[in-house]
Design a protein around this ligand. Structure first.
Ligand SMILES: Nc1nc2c(ncn2[C@@H]2O[C@H](COP(=O)(O)OP(=O)(O)OP(=O)(O)O)[C@@H](O)[C@H]2O)c(=O)[nH]1
Ligand SMILES: [Mg+2]
Ligand SMILES: [Zn+2]
Length: 292
């Protein structure tokens, strides 16, 4: 049975990319009965109905190793969280919330600081240090100047990646830039239409030349509420992990308890104060939310 990967689904049709080309497939009723709806990113087995017209039928969906709800994509390997230093200025709370969500879903996360051409004060160096010390991979890019595209391409290669982040930071521009890299001259933004507008309702896997797929998402200023126990939040901070077992109390919240390993690390500068203060804000928010 030929196999492939669903790149998009529209109106009951699924586009399956395989060694023999892209097939327009329907999914047999059994999926509906089982409550499984095929998703972009699904690895599938399919039957060829018409080889010339490239029409087929999906018979099997391979087990998923991950599934995102928004966007609805299966088998995502990593999230690339895009921020910009200026226009719009970086929303660190949104960035941290997206990183926490990635941790909760056990997805790898990469921070991409875009528009560094506007960053006259070199603020991005500082942001890079903060998130690198929080154990994240950080890339600085300027699509306008064509900076950082090689690092980005290296990170994306062979993986299914989702781009996320605030509206206007340059997610769609990054995808267009990666797609036209060969044709795009330095200092010239791609004139291609905004893909984001087309992916608002239907997530689409965009194939990369060097292997792998990328999924655009429309930006948001309001993030989904975090859904977890306040006590679990600490485990979503990779830079806390080395210090949590040094706390005197097993159930230390790392806020007001004495002999706290995390606060000790904070005072020595091993943990960033901004990250830590947003941790407290989110912790209090989650505690408070539970009462209602
Ligand atoms: N100066 C500068 N502008 C950029 C850069 N990258 C993108 N832009 C511009 O930023 C604006 C927003 O870019 P988009 O790619 O539409 O942003 P987006 O993140 O997809 O936004 P949403 O789809 O609303 O979530 C556009 O006018 C881009 O030309 C960059 O590196 N430098
Ligand atoms: Mg967009
Ligand atoms: Zn502690």
């Amino acid at each position: 049975m030929p196999s492939g990967i669903i790149t998009k689904g529209i109106g009951g049709f699924y586009y399956v990319e395989s060694d023999e080309g892209v097939f327009e497939c329907k999914a047999r009723g059994i999926f509906r009965k089982d409550g499984i709806i095929p998703l972009p990113g699904d690895k599938v087995g399919f039957t060829i109905i018409d080889k010339d017209k490239k029409v087929g039928n999906i018979d099997r969906i391979m087990p998923r190793f991950s599934q995102l709800i928004r966007p609805s994509v299966a088998n995502v390997d990593q999230v690339i969280i895009v921020i910009s230093v200026k226009s719009p200025s970086a929303d660190f709370m949104l960035l941290d919330k997206l990183l926490i969500t990635a941790e909760r879903k056990e997805l790898a996360a990469v921070v991409c600081i875009n528009k560094i051409d506007l960053d006259v004060d070199n603020e991005h160096k500082n942001i890079m240090d903060i998130y690198a010390s929080a154990k994240y991979k950080v890339i600085a890019t300027s699509l306008k100047k064509g900076i950082g595209l090689d690092s980005l391409r290296e990170v994306l290669q062979g993986k299914i990646s989702v781009l996320a982040g605030q509206s206007g930071v340059g997610k769609s521009t990054i995808i267009n830039g990666i797609m036209n890299a060969g044709m795009m001259k330095t200092g010239e933004l791609s004139a291609k239409i905004d893909r984001g507008k087309h992916t608002t309702r239907h997530a689409e896997l965009i194939k990369l030349q060097e292997g792998g797929y990328i999924v655009d998402t429309p930006g948001f200023s309001n993030f989904d509420e975090l859904e977890m126990q306040a006590e679990e939040l600490q485990y979503c901070y990779p830079e806390f992990r080395d210090y949590i077992n040094l706390c005197r109390f097993t159930h230390c919240s790392h806020i007001s308890e004495p002999d706290c390993g995390v606060k000790e690390a904070l005072s020595k500068g091993h943990i960033n104060t901004g990250r830590y203060s947003r941790y407290i804000q989110l912790y209090n928010y989650l505690k408070q939310k539970k009462k209602y």
